[in-house]
Design a protein around this ligand. Structure first.
Ligand code: SF4
Ligand code: FES
Length: 366
């Protein structure tokens, strides 16, 4: 018997007012006209609750661009789920925020790009820093726990001390300092985003001391970039093991980037979620360890990291069954080493937080 998923990531839309170059959305974004409707999402939430889902994360793109987001939050809350809004905060006006609170929204995660407007607005592609600060304060005022999510990369990681000062000023309950994962747009922009080893060491040192200072007030989560790790992450806690993603067009996925893989689709307009989760070829493809090639097949860590990330293997090697090239035992580790060597070839940009970061060579998300 396969256990049900714990969490549903509902990607309501790919549309977004920002155009961050590290976006993990697909290179081919779903058009607004192809998005599934409110009734489809209500049915997805009903079926998710029947499967045992306890947490719904409303995400995108920018979920606030969907007019029905308040209705969907209310529906999920009515099913007894813990509800989380993952937002850039653009569009989180006071009336909208109050409606979401009345609908039963439990938690808000706001993304920020940097600690100050010039760099933040450049990375976001639009003037947005002031709105984000205002929205973060509103989240606290309305009594929600506030999580700030900061995607770290070569262009902003040297400002981590100032970013943590801003986190403290906003009285965030939690901050996720998440080094960029190189999928989709981020992989395309990797050479402008991957930090040097010196930058990472500096960031880790600053984070360690901030964690001490903020203990008891703010949880500081630091996600290392897996290109610098010896072993891969057990992506999503395992393929089809704990989490389920439903995209704007109704396709269900075991993770955020599986749309790139040459696997059969499973759409919520054609199948119910229980069949998709338990029986679809897509969700069954990499469950457990039987699918593994060597060296994973005979490795003592195969139940720990489950061979790493299938999407990373596919995006770097063209073969989704290969060992994740991040693993130092992988036959393809040279691909990751080459990117790391390139990122360290010039020592990285200046680490002075006073100086503006170098102009990035970024391909913005349309
Ligand atoms: Fe994990 Fe496979 Fe590397 Fe072993 S060989 S550590 S199972 S990725
Ligand atoms: Fe798809 Fe890791 S993102 S398995």
């Amino acid at each position: 018997m396969i256990d049900g998923p714990l969490g549903l990531l509902a990607e309501l839309t790919h549309a977004c007012p920002l155009s961050c170059a590290y976006c993990s959305n697909p290179l081919e974004l779903t058009k607004r006209s192809a998005e599934i409707g409110t009734d489809d999402w209500r049915r997805v939430l009903d079926q998710a609750a029947d499967l045992g889902v306890l947490q719904s994360h409303f995400s995108g793109g920018e979920p606030l661009l969907r007019r029905d987001v308040v209705d969907l939050v209310a529906h999920a809350a009515g099913l007894g789920m813990y509800t989380n809004l993952v937002t850039s905060a653009i569009g989180l006006s006071r009336p909208r925020a109050e409606a979401l609170r009345d609908a039963g929204l439990d938690h808000v995660q706001v993304s920020i790009q940097a600690d100050e407007p010039v760099l933040s607005d450049r990375l976001a592609g639009i003037s947005s820093f002031d709105k984000k600060m205002e929205a973060a304060r509103l989240v606290k005022e309305l009594g929600w726990p506030l999580t700030l999510n900061v995607v770290l990369h070569r262009q902003n990681i040297d400002r981590i001390g100032a970013i943590l000062d801003r986190v403290e000023e906003l009285e965030a309950d939690r901050v996720e300092l998440a080094n960029t994962q190189y999928y989709g747009w981020a992989l395309r922009n990797r050479s402008a985003l991957l930090p040097s080893r010196a930058q990472l060491e500096h960031a880790e040192e600053v984070t360690r001391s901030a964690r001490e200072r903020l203990r008891g007030r703010t949880d500081v989560i630091y996600v290392i970039p897996d290109y610098y790790a010896r072993y891969p992450k057990p992506c999503m806690g395992g393929w089809g093991a704990r989490q389920l993603v439903v995209g704007p067009e109704g396709n269900a996925w075991p993770c955020l980037s599986a749309h790139e893989l040459p696997l059969p689709r499973a759409n919520v307009q054609e199948h119910d979620l229980a069949w998709i989760w338990r029986s679809s070829p897509l969700f069954s493809a990499f469950r457990g360890t039987d699918w593994m090639p060597d060296p994973c097949r005979s490795c003592e860590r195969r139940e720990v990291d489950l061979g790493g990330c299938r999407c990373q293997a596919f995006q770097l090697t063209g073969d989704m069954t290969r060992t994740d090239p991040v693993c130092h035992l992988a036959p393809d580790r040279g691909l990751v080493d080459a990117a790391v060597a390139e990122a360290n070839s010039d020592g990285g940009p200046s680490r002075s937080p006073q100086e503006p970061a170098q102009e990035p060579v970024l391909v913005p998300v349309p």
